[in-house]
Design a protein around this ligand. Sequence first.
Ligand SMILES: [Zn+2]
Length: 467
Amino acid sequence: MDDRSLSERRIPRWLVVLVVFTATVALGLTLGVLGLGSSDQRRAGPSVPTAPPTADPRAGTDGRPADAAQQTKDQAEITSLLDRRAAAFRDRDRAAFLATIDPRAPAFRDAQGAAFDNAAHVPFASWEYDIVEAGAFALTDARRTELGGTATATAHVDLVYRIADFDAAPVRSAQYLTFVARDGAWYLAADGDGAPGGLHGSVQAWDLGPVHVLRTDIGIVLGIGGQAAELPSYQKDIETAVVDVGEVWGGEWPGKTVVVVPADQAQMARLLGAEPQQYARIAAVTTGERGASAEGAAADRVIVNPDAFRELGAVERRVVMTHEITHVASRAFTRNWTPTWLSEGFADYVGYLDSGQSVRSAAPELRRDILDGKVPQSLPADEQFTTTHEALPQAYEMGWLACRLIAERWGEAKLVEFYRAVGGPPANGSGPPDQQARLAEAFNGVLGTTPDDFTRAWVAYITAQVQ
Ligand SMILES: [Zn+2]
């Protein structure tokens, strides 16, 4: 952008960063799948009985006569196939892993072999497949003919894995798989047949290229592609950031993190299941589950935008990494009702601490608005944090200054206490609290003020800060 080059010290627009929550996304996908039902079985018509909903989901098969015993046998064999596949992966037994792949799908087999090899250096503590829904999508007649075999089946299967020493809870990664029976055995034939119906499997680092691994006690960096030489600089960023975050947040988090470094911005988007341009302005993203327990029952990932990082100076890199690791640390107290201005503002507050960045250089868009007479009168709504929102930079800047105001007027410890009060668990026996009600409670209980009084103080503060 032209205006970026005007000021060397300015942190560019795409420095702004956000947090997305894979668990929420995954839940949405699961609900969508359940809505579809066992379409393969339905399409097969009355000659094949539709499987009743079951608490024990099994792979759904079709193309065979209505024979319950045969169906049960097929489902058991597909489950066994997935178990063998998982065991082969854990044992690093490439031949056994590829023996589960359809011999008539050479391109898929090559891709599976590549992913197996790409993951060779990643230290896994566990790796399993969990059938979430049998018959999750329908195959077209043409596709079924192409596959051949004596029967076909589809399923939504979650890959469930943990990285050793870093993931306190497993990561669930959705896959939409096609199986085919031929010559008396079941095989995995494809993982892309759900895509025409909008069922795209999650992409993991090893699906994109060889994964280089650099680990210390507090950080593991997974670098995709030929960029092993860049990994130590990321490890250094993590080490500084973990210390900085701990000084503000305290010790109640695992104090370590997983950082994924894609080869380029396009790979970053694929890891996030997004369109390539969706993260064009974003330097890094933290994924994880809201409200995970403080003991670290989370499996967070900081995914950086390498195109952005390559342009950042040392200070900016540190700001971004500290921002993201603040999200990781505060995960247990970041809930659906936490306003985004608070979660992003707090992450920016920690990120910018000791960075030497002035309001002039770190909040240029908000500054320009205010000097032009456009003074915001309320804290930014969650919607203004959409990655493609025109006024996204201002939203971050407003959240940052709100947190800075709290730290300056009430003290940093009160800011942390306020964050924890807003994101604390619901009262016993009640549902999720209303965002505004919870905020009012925290403003009153922790800061001794009201949302309206705070907003007025904040408007005065940002107006004075940008002069
Ligand atoms: Zn963020």
